[in-house]
Design a protein around this ligand. Structure first.
Ligand SMILES: O=C(O)CCC(=O)C(=O)O
Ligand SMILES: [Fe+2]
Length: 489
């Protein structure tokens, strides 16, 4: 099969690339094969080898019932909500409702949205999901013979690598009957899409994703015995090779209780989508999130790093930087922006929904906000020091970035879509403060400060060049202290 070469993951939003592919495709569709088509297994083996199916009958019956009951309870308690995510600079609601469970203090970032975990294994509803995660971690790749025996028990865990350490579980739910509109799958004509074509983001490179699928109102395996049910009434997974319109896509129907894995580099070389069946459906997707910048411990230690440069005057209580180096200032500014935009605003944008079913994050968020407030107060004296021009430049770039990001979050919080949410779920533009707030030395709106720093830098540049020319004109040859000062500005 002659395909265009797979592009790196970050090309997935490459508009130009997409446009060109669509143009090449014209009115045609990319072909795809399902289980009843000839050549299905060969296609799977040759182009989708990282996809592994584990039938529902290989999962213990009690586990099915506990997990399924837990899903229903989580939904009844209102834990599953549609995310207001960002796709190509626009806000959209996900069609599926979601909840993130996982290691305490972990987060998962997708489509510019940071989800915060509800700790797994603490509450009664999370325990079965933890058991499921455990069961899915111990898997091995069935050989050919086993694959033909559809209900073979999985044997011992893969000894070469040991069990997988999934750290987050993203639960999905959708009831097609409750949706007013469901998009059609555009490239292959596979049917209605619950989740559009994508690569899973924010994963450890080549780590597997394990998915458990539960179609409601069908006992595990039940649907298969009814021949009148057409393939399209099943929930299905669509897969295709990324940036390739020649290799046929693959369509995998799932019975309730089935699990599938995306292994090796399947997620990065291929895209997948979820095609809606007739029933409501839950899926529980277990992942190894790349968390080097995504845990509470990480961001807390970043704040400590910045705050260790802060000196508090014991008499006045005012704050200043200990080391007046441009690199120190830059570090503090970066951390300031990181905690504000990657944590506080991400958290509050999702409204008060977290507190409804999980108080775990309330305290840490208060603490992060008070660290952030200290960083706000640090700015006052940040402009003193020897290397003022460099300091001003560093400050200018951090402030400009902060200003733009604050505007974006403001707009997102006040968008028409955001207004449709009930008060408890509606985005909160936090932190926010008025111009006359005595605790906040810097204003929320940084436009004026930015223009002041800009004009300062401009005047320095003018001054320096004037002085240089006038000094040259008066034929100063030996370095003059003033000249030294100016060149350091
Ligand atoms: O529901 C599924 O089977 C997969 C969902 C999915 O692709 C996702 O959540 O990223
Ligand atoms: Fe996915």
């Amino acid at each position: 099969m002659c395909g265009l070469r797979a592009q790196p993951l970050d090309a997935q939003n490459n508009r130009e690339g997409r446009r060109r592919l669509l143009q090449e495709l014209g009115d045609q569709k990319i072909p795809f094969l399902g289980p009843t088509d000839q050549g299905y297994q060969q296609l799977w083996d040759s182009s989708y080898a990282g996809l592994v199916l584990r039938r529902s009958c290989s999962v213990p019956v009690e586990l099915h019932s506990h997990v399924q009951a837990a899903f229903l309870t989580l939904r009844k308690k209102g834990c599953l909500l549609r995310d207001l995510v960002r796709v190509r600079d626009r806000d959209v609601f996900t069609a599926v409702s979601r909840a993130l469970l996982g290691e305490p203090g972990h987060t998962y970032r997708y489509l510019d949205t940071r989800l915060f975990t509800k700790p797994l294994g603490l509450g009664d509803n999370e325990k079965p999901v933890a058991q499921l995660k455990h069961s899915l971690s111990d898997y091995h790749i069935e050989d050919k013979e086993n694959q033909e025996d559809r209900c073979s028990q999985p044997s011992s865990p893969c000894l070469c690598t040991g069990p997988v350490k999934f750290n987050v579980t993203l639960l999905n739910f959708m009831d097609p009957a409750a949706m007013s509109h469901i998009k059609e799958e555009p490239y292959c004509g596979m049917g209605k899409m619950a989740v559009g074509w994508h690569h899973d983001e924010n994963l450890v490179t080549h780590s597997p994703v394990a998915v458990y699928s539960y179609s409601c109102y069908m006992a595990p395996g039940e649907a298969s015995s009814d021949p009148s049910i057409s393939e399209r009434s099943y929930w299905r997974i669509g897969l295709k090779v990324a940036w390739d319109i020649h290799t046929p896509g693959l369509m995998l129907p799932l019975e309730s209780g089935d699990c599938y894995y995306m292994r090796d580099d399947l997620n990065s070389t291929h895209q997948h989508c979820v095609l809606a069946g007739d029933t409501a459906r839950f899926s529980s997707t277990h992942r190894v999130a790349e968390c080097s910048k995504g845990t509470l411990t990480y961001i807390q230690s970043r704040c400590q790093e910045a705050l260790s440069n802060l000196r508090t005057d014991p008499e006045t209580g005012s704050h200043s930087l200990l080391a007046l180096l441009p690199t120190t200032l830059q570090l503090c500014e970066e951390i300031h922006n990181e905690v504000e935009f990657e944590w506080l605003r991400q958290y509050w944008f999702q409204g008060r929904r977290y507190t409804r079913f999980c108080r775990w994050w309330s305290r840490p968020m208060e603490q992060l906000e008070s660290d952030w407030r200290l960083l706000e107060t640090m700015e006052e004296d940040g402009r003193a020091g020897d290397n003022r021009r460099e300091m001003a430049e560093t400050l200018l770039s951090a402030l400009t970035d902060r200003h733009q990001q604050r505007q974006t979050w403001r707009d997102r919080c006040h968008s028409t879509l955001a207004q449709t949410l009930p008060p408890e779920e509606a985005p909160v533009d936090r932190p926010f403060w008025g111009v006359d707030d005595p605790r906040m030395p810097l204003p929320f709106d940084l436009a004026e400060i930015i223009s002041r720093v800009e004009s300062l830098l401009w005047r320095w540049a003018q001054f320096r060049s004037c002085l240089y020319h006038s000094l040259k004109a008066t034929a100063y040859i030996v370095p003059h202290p003033l000249l030294l000062f100016v060149s350091s500005v």
